[in-house]
Design a protein around this ligand. Structure first.
Ligand SMILES: *Cc1c(COP(=O)(O)O)cnc(C)c1O
Length: 481
């Protein structure tokens, strides 16, 4: 790959870029039940115009661009009010849920360093349903993780289970509202009371639900308390690029007060360049995502979100009922918002085959691996653009389950023998050989992925992760064509 010897015309550039998208997921027809949150072309047009208008403005120095400082402060104030915070709540706009969560963990770590220097290595207490972003934060920030299991029927994290893993070195307890995997809200008041009694911080991961749940509450649904109205909740992450339908690169991290947020900030005068004062992980930050988020919130306004929340919730109820009526499938827990997980309830139907059959019928569902006693399953996220497709989805799902019923188990037995291996000592060729045995040629995946998912599912997590990072290390490498 090298720069062209002669510049390309704009026409050639855009034509070529269009061809690059040929294999992409076609998300505009409401058949992608993950990755995409789409409120329709009018919202998209307004958001993209605002995005382009602020694309070049830089939030690196808010004194040079007061416009982006104002956008960020207004978005934080809007989010704080939405989550029943008072005027003391402080926060920042970030690039996504992961950055919000990394910052919450960094804040907890540095607050502990300041107030409890005897803690050598801070620990996070996480339900197994907590998003992987917390594990990533622990990995980046050198924190330890103590996992506790959730109720096998409701998939909710309880304070009783959390209490068993708290230690002297715990710096923060986490609950989800709701969890991404199963769409259920943890017992946040119970968890927050425990955290408060033990003098640790309590983070609520409302990345996926923080925006939509308050609208559902206003529509009369019994939404459990999860926000700043709950004593003991010290920080909340809330993505705007999910159920606020803002373009990607939009999330908020909110803290109960500025004393706590102070630990998030980073300044550096210890080099020869300009003075750095960064509230977030990024330093140079485009104003585009902020302006686009601000525009989307104002364009849809309160009535827009209320209307979408109602339609999406009604569609979710129909999906849950519809899945329960399909023999061979089982809904996990009681989905409280717009995210649904379903597993097979019979040995005759393997859920990973169902995902493959649905893909052949044009639908994208997300596979989720099993964990301990919790079964592998598929995940659906409903949104404004998928809600009108519920009947078509359910009809095809019934077909896919019947087709899957005739297929042999994808668990080829490959996974079992691998469980005892240590990825650190595995010869690299072996990874390639195992991948080839699974039908992976170079980085080209086979049409059906059930076999691969079944093997990943049967491996201990650390080994599955070793395979996945090896594969992606190949994927992110330009191959001359
Ligand atoms: C999506 C999500 C995250 C991670 O957010 P990204 O924007 O993908 O980084 C974290 N927690 C929950 C509950 C989520 O749904």
């Amino acid at each position: 790959m090298q720069l062209p010897a002669a510049p390309w015309s704009a026409e050639d550039i855009f034509q070529t870029l269009t061809t690059y998208r040929a294999q992409d997921l076609d998300w505009r027809d409401g058949r992608a039940w993950a990755y995409i949150y789409d409120a329709g072309p009018e919202v998209e047009a307004v958001a993209k115009r605002a995005y382009m208008e602020f694309l070049s403005e830089n939030a690196l120095d808010p004194t040079a661009f007061p416009s982006v400082l104002r956008l960020e402060n207004e978005l934080v104030a809007l989010g704080a009010r939405h989550l029943r915070g008072d005027a003391e709540v402080a926060g920042n706009f970030t690039s996504g849920g992961t950055e919000s969560i990394v910052l919450a963990c960094k804040t907890a770590r540095d607050r502990t360093r300041a107030l409890r220097p005897e803690v050598r290595r801070g620990r996070l207490a996480l339900p197994v349903t907590a998003h992987a972003a917390f594990h990533k934060a622990a990995h980046y920030l050198d924190l330890a993780v103590d996992l506790f299991d959730v109720d096998p029927r409701t998939f909710q994290a309880s304070p009783e289970a959390a209490a068993r893993v708290l230690t002297e070195d715990t710096i923060m307890l986490v609950g989800s509202a709701p969890s991404y995997a199963h769409g259920v809200v943890d017992d946040i008041p119970g968890l927050a009371a425990l955290a408060r009694a033990r003098g640790v911080l309590m983070h609520v991961d409302a990345c996926v639900g923080g925006w939509m749940l308050p609208f559902l509450r206003r529509l009369g649904q019994a939404v459990p308390d999860f926000d700043f109205a709950v004593p003991g909740v010290t920080s909340i992450s809330m993505d705007l690029h999910k159920y606020a339908y803002c373009p990607k690169g939009a999330s908020l991290i909110l803290y109960r007060d500025r004393d706590l947020r102070q630990h998030q900030l980073f300044a550096c005068s210890n080099w020869t360049g300009y003075t750095i004062v960064n509230p977030t992980v990024l330093s140079t930050r485009s104003g585009g995502p902020m302006a686009a988020a601000w525009a989307t919130l104002h364009f849809l306004g309160d009535p827009g979100y209320l209307r979408i929340a109602q339609a999406v919730r009604e569609a979710t109820v129909r999906v849950v009922e519809g899945i329960r009526a399909i023999p061979g499938l089982q809904v996990l827990g009681e989905p409280q918002m717009a995210l649904v997980a379903a597993a097979s309830d019979t040995d005759e139907v393997h859920i990973f085959h169902v995902i493959d059959e649905m893909k052949r019928l044009g639908w994208t569902l997300q596979p989720q691996l099993g964990w301990g006693p919790h079964k592998e399953n598929f995940h659906l996220s409903l949104n404004a653009s998928t809600a009108p497709r519920v009947d078509a989805l359910l009809a095809d799902l019934a077909v896919a389950v019947e087709r899957a019923r005739g297929l042999p188990s994808p668990v080829a037995g490959l996974g079992e023998g691998l469980g005892a291996l240590d990825p650190a000592t595995l010869p690299p060729e072996l990874f390639g050989q195992i991948l080839a045995a699974l039908g992976v040629q170079g980085t080209a995946l086979p049409e059906r992925l059930a076999g691969i998912h079944a093997v990943l599912n049967s491996l201990p997590p650390h080994l599955a992760d070793a395979f996945l990072t090896r594969f992606f290390n190949e994927l992110y490498h330009h191959k001359a064509s």
